[in-house]
Design a protein around this ligand. Structure first.
Ligand code: MG
Length: 402
């Protein structure tokens, strides 16, 4: 059995932000999720244990559920040092675990192929790790800044992860080196007890995100990744979309607009809660991203959506947008209704929509109009809504870093 341990305990102090770096968005998806997705795609990996700061355990569990990361069996609290986090992971691997694959949560560009190669070489040799040969000329420098000598780089490699070894050997190494030993990677522990480990040619792309500029490099590398859909979705930085919807007003139904139940003698008829405003907004977002329409994603024939709050549909639509690497720039929505008066409810509706779309209040504009009693809306037979949106590539977090 092969179990991955993903230490993701960085506090992000070098990034200059208050959030740990592993949660930063990289093209709309948290860094840690990119990393975990690579492990989802390796059939030889039987389970993944994620080790994070104690205060982020719950949020990480939610992330795992949200992105459907099926291989993650546990999210646990880490320790002060990387090695403490790895030891915590090692303590909870299943008894039948033969090999552990340790990989930095902040190396999101690791490929399933590199993980597999490290596993294969470890199974053949006992232990293996990704590394790249040093290319630059290396200088030993005095404290004064004066160069002492040029170091022969022919035998020097830069360590990366994954690092793969027998669980029993890493456990023994960590026990034997003593409490004061500090190892910045797992290989250091094996070296310390004389266990052999071999290098596997890693990749220049397998960077560790530690500084703000690393995030831009990672985004650029992902965007130039032919064969992934990042190329297509990021050709256009801004995408515009329009949505239109109309529902019939009938007796015996609640009137729900923007997720707010409005006191009225009739309500809108539909398979869900018939929230026409939210439907128009969903359709505009889907339209902007070339994802069809709301009916394709939430068919009337599916009983799962019967009576569902349309805010949940919006949440799903925003998730699709995020997976495509887009966020909401702004939205403008017009509701066409002769009655009732909607103005008293705008702020509650906005709050619902802004929370789900993760934008501030003035980025979603809501307004209403009558049709001076003309047409179906004017006669009170139904309510219609139009929405236009601007979707923007990238993420709020990375834009904050400029
Ligand atoms: Mg509708």
């Amino acid at each position: 059995m092969n179990i991955a341990i993903i230490p993701a305990g960085g506090v992000g102090s070098r990034m200059g932000l208050d959030m740990p770096k592993q949660y930063y968005d990289l093209l709309g998806i948290p860094i840690l999720v990119h990393t975990l997705r690579a492990f989802e795609l390796v059939p030889e990996i039987d389970g993944v244990i994620v080790v994070v700061p104690k205060e982020h355990v719950q949020a990480t569990e939610e992330l795992v559920g949200h992105y459907g990361l099926a291989k993650v069996t546990q999210v646990i609290a880490g320790g002060r040092l990387r090695q403490d986090s790895v030891a915590n992971g090692l303590a909870v691997v299943p008894a039948e675990t033969e090999f552990v694959v340790v990989h930095d949560g902040a190396r999101p560009l690791v490929t399933p192929e590199l993980i597999r190669r490290c596993l294969v070489v470890a199974h053949e040799n006992g232990a293996a790790m990704a590394a790249i040969a040093v290319k630059d000329t290396l200088k030993a420098v005095e404290a004064s800044g004066v160069i002492r000598t040029t170091i022969d780089r022919s035998s020097l490699w830069q360590a990366q992860t994954p690092q793969v070894m027998r669980a029993a050997v890493l456990r023994r190494a960590m026990a034997e080196v003593g409490r004061d030993f500090i190892g910045t990677d797992e290989a250091a522990f094996l070296e310390a007890i004389g266990e052999k480990m071999v290098v596997v040619e890693g990749s220049e792309r397998n960077i560790k995100i530690t500084r703000p500029e690393d995030l831009h490099i990672a985004a650029a590398l992902l965007q130039t990744d032919k064969g992934t859909d990042y190329m297509d979705t990021h050709k256009t930085r801004e995408r515009i979309g329009h949505g239109y919807d109309a529902h019939t007003l009938v007796a015996g139904r609640d009137l729900v607009l923007g997720g707010v139940k409005i006191d009225h003698e009739r309500g809108l008829l539909g398979h869900s809660d018939a929230d026409v405003l939210t439907h128009a907004l969903c359709d505009a977002i889907l339209g902007a991203l070339g994802l069809g329409d709301i009916g394709q994603h939430f068919p009337d024939s599916d009983s799962a959506y019967k009576g569902i709050s349309s805010l949940r549909l919006l949440q799903h639509v925003m998730q699709l947008a995020s997976e495509k690497g887009y966020r909401l720039g702004n939205a403008d929505v017009t509701v066409i209704a002769q009655r009732p008066k909607l103005a008293p409810h705008w702020s509650a509706m906005k709050e619902n929509l802004c929370t789900i779309c993760q934008v501030k209040g003035d980025l979603i504009n809501l307004k209403g109009t009558t049709t001076e009693k003309m047409g179906f809306a004017g006669r009170g037979e139904g309510i219609a809504a139009h929405a236009v949106v601007l979707m923007i590539a990238g993420t709020r977090v990375s834009s904050r870093m400029h």
